[in-house]
Design a protein around this ligand. Structure first.
Ligand SMILES: [Ca+2]
Length: 304
């Protein structure tokens, strides 16, 4: 019976650990319906997000067809204040009618540290000084997804690059998706299990990003995944980056540079959702093991 007691205690500990591991990422959602239309979103008006702006042009809550959303304009950096260290899902609805030359950047796995660039620090709106990448890019670290051109989705991997003036480089990949972000709101979704980030455009897989080889660089103090393999939705490799600056702890940033786009329905939650079959099975596993053990003991006694 001593063994049975020990097993029960271990089972309870296992159960407690299981429950606590599911509470690692706080659920967050924002649909902007509680705001008055016309409210300018600045300072501390978006709880859980740290806002930096570099322009007097305002970014406002707008209302259309009974739905309120956030219209971001000009130079804007919104950073989720809770660093994500456990598997998570991040969703945001994006409507970006301005096509072509602009930067509407949705960062995951940015680091917390900012690097010096030409006009200041490497925020979500500041040009990174990389003049040779053939496109304007912002920020200093992370994976950026840019729904800037209708149904063309860009994924940019920030790199540590000695050849660049500010040691920041960019490698860009493209995907064509069914959703058209220039026609109306479509959902951009990131499913990040800690090793792989999957990027979806309204539930259609667009990119698979595998991360490994964590380490530091001569500039900065944070730990970054240096190796990043980018694949398309079919799993075909598009390229490998060996000098990636993709943070081990994920900071989410919404960056806007010389652009104008709309967002709605931001959701952040733990990757393993409660009340799924997997969750139930894991939760009840210690109970099942205990029951099997008790039955085995009883059966052995009957035999004896
Ligand atoms: Ca809304």
């Amino acid at each position: 019976m001593k063994k049975l007691g020990l097993l029960l205690v271990l089972s309870l500990m296992c159960l407690a650990l299981t429950i606590s591991s599911f509470a690692a990422v706080d659920s967050y959602s924002q649909n902007f319906e509680s705001y008055e239309a016309g409210t300018e979103i600045k300072d501390d008006l978006l709880p859980d997000w740290s806002l930096i702006r570099a322009t007097s042009t305002g970014s406002f809550i707008r209302e259309e067809g009974g739905n309120k959303y956030f219209a971001i304009d000009a130079y804007y950096h919104a950073e989720y204040t809770k660093k994500l260290t456990e598997p998570y899902v991040y969703e945001v609805d994006v409507y970006n009618p301005d096509a072509k030359f602009n930067v509407s950047a949705f960062f995951v796995r940015a680091g917390s540290e900012r690097f010096d660039v030409m006009f200041g620090k490497s925020t979500g709106y500041e040009w990174d000084g990389d003049g040779n990448s053939g496109f304007p890019s912002v920020g200093g670290s992370g994976l950026l997804v840019l729904p800037n051109n209708g149904n063309k989705l860009s994924l940019v991997v920030k790199t540590y690059d000695e050849s660049k003036e500010y040691k920041i480089g960019n490698v860009r990949y493209e995907a064509t998706v069914g959703a058209d972000f220039s026609k109306g709101f479509e959902t951009l979704k990131f499913v990040d299990d800690g090793q792989t980030v999957k990027v979806y455009a309204s539930d259609e897989l667009a990119f698979i990003v595998e991360m490994s080889d964590a380490g530091t660089y001569p500039v900065g103090e944070e730990t970054y995944y240096k190796k990043v393999v980018v694949k398309d939705k079919n799993g075909t490799e598009l390229g490998t980056v060996n000098n990636a600056r993709v943070s081990v702890d994920s900071v989410l940033i919404i960056g806007c540079r010389e652009s104008k786009f709309n967002i709605d329905n931001i959701k952040i939650y733990a990757l393993e959702e409660p009340n799924t079959e997997t969750y139930d099975a894991v939760i009840f596993m210690p109970v099942i093991i205990s029951a099997v053990y008790v039955l085995a003991v009883l059966k052995r006694r009957q035999v004896a």
